[in-house]
Design a protein around this ligand. Structure first.
Ligand SMILES: [Cu+2]
Length: 164
């Protein structure tokens, strides 16, 4: 190989090296060039974030802890959706009296008796809701710990008081 061929090879090598460096530099800087400019603060009020869970109306929540249901008696009007929330460390299973037939609440179609029955363990932190459409004084229990009981008093639409 002549000295001239060597020079040509070195020049080609250098051109490739420089071209590679340019390509590498463009590849490195491309993402920064594509990044949109930071958004200016929106004029007017910022949009409100959507709450992660639905808001539970006051007076419709029964919490379950290691000491049972609270409040032990809840008074609501007909048609109220009551939320049972498990704040204990283990599962809960709200169900209509009586254990184990669960048939006092006068509906049919539940897994055992009435539809007032979670029909499955409700895990810690989770909720179960039931709509009380029938006026009366409805006892319930925790199907997993039947000693834990409570009462939902369902009054007529306009007058829940006499049922207290
Ligand atoms: Cu039961």
């Amino acid at each position: 190989m002549s000295g001239r061929s060597w020079i040509i090879l070195v020049v080609i090598f250098l051109i490739l090296l420089i071209a590679g460096g340019i390509v590498y530099y463009m590849w490195r800087s491309a993402p920064e060039e594509l990044t949109p400019p930071a958004q200016a603060p929106a004029a007017g009020p910022a949009p409100q974030p959507t709450p992660p869970t639905a808001v539970i109306p006051a007076g419709t929540l029964i919490t379950y802890t290691a000491s049972g249901y609270s409040p032990s008696t809840l008074t609501v009007r007909v048609g109220t959706v009551v939320t049972f929330k498990n704040n204990s460390a283990g599962p809960m299973w709200p169900a209509s009296a009586m254990h184990p037939s669960h048939a006092v609440y006068p509906t049919i179609g539940g897994c055992v008796g009435s539809t007032f029955d979670a029909c499955k363990p409700i895990q810690p932190g989770e909720t179960w809701t039931f709509e009380f459409d029938i006026a009366g004084k409805w006892k319930y229990h925790d199907h997993l710990s039947p000693a834990f009981t409570g009462t939902v008093v369902v009054g007529e639409t306009s007058q829940p008081e006499p049922y207290k």
